[in-house]
Design a protein around this ligand. Structure first.
Ligand SMILES: Nc1ncnc2c1ncn2[C@@H]1O[C@H](COP(=O)(O)OP(=O)(O)OP(=O)(O)O)[C@@H](O)[C@H]1O
Ligand SMILES: [Mg+2]
Length: 257
């Protein structure tokens, strides 16, 4: 697993307002899940859209030393707000999504592969249901399946857990962790739940006002200082009786926001 994603001097503006400011991230390794954290409006979705090639940006993003912009087929992206659903069954939508793969080549998936993916997400019972008749969380799970079926080298998920119950949140993160390792993907996930980042992610990037505030292992980066500096809260990270780290928020830090 030698592949890696690197970001050099990436900037994004909306009109005259710069939202991502000359961002440098030397190496996001294949096989690792990176949590992209930061307050509302800090630029997480903008950064993900720029990486997906959906937002004009300046700078240099490389996958395995080659410009990512020349390897768009290697990237799968799940937006924060899902587009309106078409009247297609879940199964059909995965067949269609599976055809959009690397270099625009069509890669056929057989029924069994699609069914196995649905099973791995715990949603095989939805296979013949229509997208426009699903609940919010079910629709989000299908969105994750649509990204995975494309077998990308780079998987970008913007708040993929926001509509999921506790069981599916854990299930999805567990699956993403295993699949990221097995397939050697570079996976970047926008999260607001820092406990999920602590438990399931290999690495954390913290953004504030479009600039990188921290980059490192979750339990090194998430601490009372970064909680105060980045989120403006007084908080602690404590380990439970099973040794798992948890964030506890005690209050708002005065002077910020
Ligand atoms: N299409 C747009 N045009 C102009 N400004 C935008 C646009 N989209 C986002 N912004 C602004 O850019 C900044 C970053 O927005 P972005 O959506 O990247 O934040 P975010 O970190 O994803 O926030 P959230 O956690 O609320 O999803 C915000 O100030 C936002 O208002
Ligand atoms: Mg966002």
């Amino acid at each position: 697993m030698s592949s890696a994603l690197s970001i050099h001097q990436l900037s994004v503006s909306y009109g005259k307002r710069q939202v991502i400011r000359a961002l440098d991230v030397p190496c996001l390794r294949a096989g690792d899940i990176t949590a992209l954290l930061g307050p509302n409006g800090s630029g997480k979705s903008t950064l993900l859209r720029a990486l997906a090639g959906l937002q004009h940006s300046s700078g240099d993003v490389r996958l395995d030393q080659r410009a990512l912009s020349r390897q768009r087929g290697e990237v799968a992206y799940l937006p924060q707000t899902l587009p309106p659903s078409v009247h297609l069954s879940v199964f059909e939508s995965l067949m269609v999504a599976g055809q959009a793969t690397a270099a625009g080549l069509s890669r056929r998936h057989d029924d069994q592969q699609v069914f196995a993916l649905l099973q791995s997400l715990g949603i095989e019972q939805l296979a013949l249901r229509y997208l426009d008749q699903l609940s919010g969380g079910q629709r989000q799970l299908v969105g994750i399946a649509q990204a995975l079926i494309r077998e990308p080298a780079v998987l970008l998920l913007d708040e993929p857990l926001s509509a999921l119950d506790l069981n599916y949140q854990f299930h999805v993160m567990d699956l993403l962790h295993r699949e990221t390792r097995r397939r050697g993907m570079v996976t970047v996930i926008v999260l607001h739940d820092l406990n999920v980042a602590l438990r399931h992610c290999d690495r954390v990037l913290m953004l504030k006002d479009g600039a990188l505030q921290a980059n490192g292992a979750p339990d090194e980066v998430i601490d009372s200082q970064s909680l105060r500096r980045v989120y403006g809260v007084s908080g602690r990270v404590e380990r439970c009786s099973q040794g798992v780290a948890h964030v506890l928020v005690d209050g708002l830090h005065s002077g910020l926001r």
